[in-house]
Design a protein around this ligand. Structure first.
Ligand code: HEM
Length: 125
């Protein structure tokens, strides 16, 4: 029984198909042709367009898409991604304005302050 070979899509092809008239989306190592789906997407076309040509996994998962959405994905599947893993440049939305990403300094500062207070009290005792 001959199975259809899985088509692989590389980074160049992914980037070449990042326009409204031909739009590929990369989610969890698989590439989906979302061209025809764009206008039907309940979340709007803009969000998908903004993930074109890059790894949309995080954006897709963040929304908490339903099982129906995942079933829909299967119908758009065109092949596996064959390329270097693309680090998602997705910025978490809904956390208010410009989220510059949690710098470790913001976590370390209160810790350091707490340590300093403890040390000070210990020194006074
Ligand atoms: C081609 C891939 C995608 C498919 C098949 C898809 C499918 C769907 C479906 C069926 C819904 C309706 C709610 C549900 O069933 O979960 C939905 C909602 C939504 N999607 Fe997608 N989606 C895709 C990609 C994306 C991407 C990359 C984003 C980027 C952020 C996104 C953002 C959203 C948002 C924000 C909603 C919520 C809309 C609302 O409830 O008002 N989707 N999507």
């Amino acid at each position: 029984m001959a199975e259809a070979p899985i088509k692989t899509i590389n980074l160049e092809t992914l980037k070449q198909n990042s326009q409204r008239d031909s739009l590929y989306v990369l989610i969890s190592g698989k590439v989906y042709d979302a061209t025809k789906f764009l206008d039907e997407h309940p979340g709007g076309d803009e969000v998908i367009l903004s993930e074109a040509g890059k790894d949309a996994t995080e954006a897709f998962e963040d929304v908490g898409h339903s099982d129906e959405a995942r079933d829909l994905l299967k119908t758009l599947y065109i092949g596996d991604f064959d390329g270097p893993s693309i680090k998602s440049s997705y910025i978490h939305r809904g956390e208010g304005g410009d989220t510059s990403g949690g710098s470790p300094v913001f976590y370390l500062f209160p810790l350091a302050l707490f340590g300093a207070i403890l040390a000070y009290r210990y020194y006074l005792a």
